[in-house]
Design a protein around this ligand. Structure first.
Ligand code: PLP
Length: 398
């Protein structure tokens, strides 16, 4: 991963800790994090601070911590680590990806319009339905097609919201083109970077203003914690989003923050291994006659692939594919022996998801099918098991 200067632990303004280890790479930074050793105790694993309140020696003197909803030392360590991984100054940890998403939507006012990738996580579609009641309009567009995006921009457009690659059909949106376009219209670019993680893509480098993560996925990596992040570089966003978080209280708990910190230590090795597995599985799926179409970024048409390679550092661990019929889907899921049929992604175990009835079931069928999320589409989140065993399981189930 590039830009080693980003990974100097403890270097951010406002940090209570001194700089310690200048890491040359994301791999090392993932392992050491923002504060590699707690100064007070020498602890090399971040302590879990459960205290919800922090005492002050006298009026006007504070350690910087006062109440757990506002700031917690374990959560702060995680936030600073995630901010640095995304090449940004600020991050806030939320109790889920959806809580983070809900916070960012409060940036907008009634009458505002947001151009939104038409192929995206179903829960994101659902939350836009809620905000419609408050006068915020989502305009669904194929954001991989810049002409379509331009066509939908008008004086009410305040933001573009993208997932790239898209979930689950891997369409690629140019982060830089969308950033340039919306900045010219005085709006902001919001990028959901859950699918690739900051190890493979850092949207801020291409002009994204706010990055969202479901930390439930690759960042934590073990299917054992719900978590979300908002990440950004500007103080004005920090003032607003912190105010929203303090007011609403959807914060990540100290124990969950610890689990995510622990997960991040192996982010690089997990992704490298899962990606290698995904490349092998993609090869296998492409050759199997029971598979009709395979979606993986290495298979993108030339122009899309060029954009992808200009903004991402690897093809990732997510694959989608179609089979002949819904009956074949049902048979396949029943026959799987060790790949798990479960919603979610980004963990060490390989999961297969059926978007039509799981992640995307809230999206109207017509819109779903238009973007390729048909009743014959399956999505694989490839884990870190033995590749040959994964392929053997898929083979026998097909
Ligand atoms: C791309 C994407 N964004 C956001 C979310 C929501 O995150 P969470 O489930 O942590 O609330 C998900 C969940 O699957 C997701 O896949």
């Amino acid at each position: 991963m590039s830009d080693s200067s980003k990974f100097v632990s403890g270097s951010h303004a406002g940090s209570p800790e001194p700089a310690r280890i200048p890491c040359e790479s994301a791999e090392s930074f993932c392992v050491h994090g923002y504060t590699p050793v707690e100064e007070k105790t020498g602890a090399v694993a971040t302590p879990i601070y459960l205290s919800t309140t922090f005492a002050h020696p006298e009026l006007g003197i504070s350690t910087g911590y006062d109440y757990g909803r506002c700031l917690n030392p374990t959560r702060f360590e995680l936030e600073q680590t995630v901010a640095a991984l995304e090449h940004c100054h600020y991050a806030l940890g939320f109790s889920s990806g959806m809580t983070a998403l809900s916070a960012v939507l409060k940036y907008f006012s009634p009458g505002d319009e947001i151009i939104v990738s038409d192929d995206l996580y179903g829960g994101t579609y659902r939350i836009f339905e809620i905000y419609k009641r408050f006068g915020i309009k989502a305009v669904y567009t194929d954001t991989s097609n810049l002409r379509e995006v331009k066509k939908n921009i008008n004086p009410k457009t305040r933001a573009i919201f993208i997932e790239t690659p898209s979930n689950p059909t891997m369409k690629v949106t140019s982060i830089k083109d969308c950033a340039d376009l919306i900045h010219a219209n005085s709006g902001i670019l919001i990028a959901d970077n859950t699918f690739l993680s900051p190890y493979l893509q850092t949207p801020k480098d291409f002009g994204a203003d706010v990055i969202i993560h479901s930390g439930t996925k690759f960042l934590s990596g073990h299917h054992d914690v719900l978590c979300g992040f908002l990440i950004y570089d500007k103080k004005e966003f920090d003032d607003l989003f912190r105010f929203i978080q303090i007011s609403e209280g959807g914060v990540l708990s100290p124990f969950d923050a610890f689990l995510v910190l622990r997960g991040i230590k192996t982010l690089a090795v997990r992704i490298e291994k899962a990606q290698k597995n995904a490349e092998k599985i993609t090869d296998f799926l492409c050759k199997n006659t029971n598979v009709k179409k395979v979606y993986y970024p290495s298979l993108l048409p030339a122009e899309q692939k060029q954009i992808y390679k200009s903004q991402a550092r690897g093809y990732g661990a997510m694959i989608s594919f179609t089979v002949e019929s819904p009956q074949k889907v049902s048979d396949f899921l029943k026959k799987l022996k060790f790949i798990l049929f479960a919603e979610s992604l980004g963990g060490v175990q390989t999961l297969v998801t059926y978007p039509a009835s799981q992640t995307h079931n809230f999206i109207p069928k017509e819109m779903r099918e238009k973007t390729g999320v048909t009743d014959t589409l399956l999505r694989l989140s490839v884990g870190i098991e033995n590749a040959d065993e994964l392929i053997a399981d898929i083979k026998q189930a097909l």
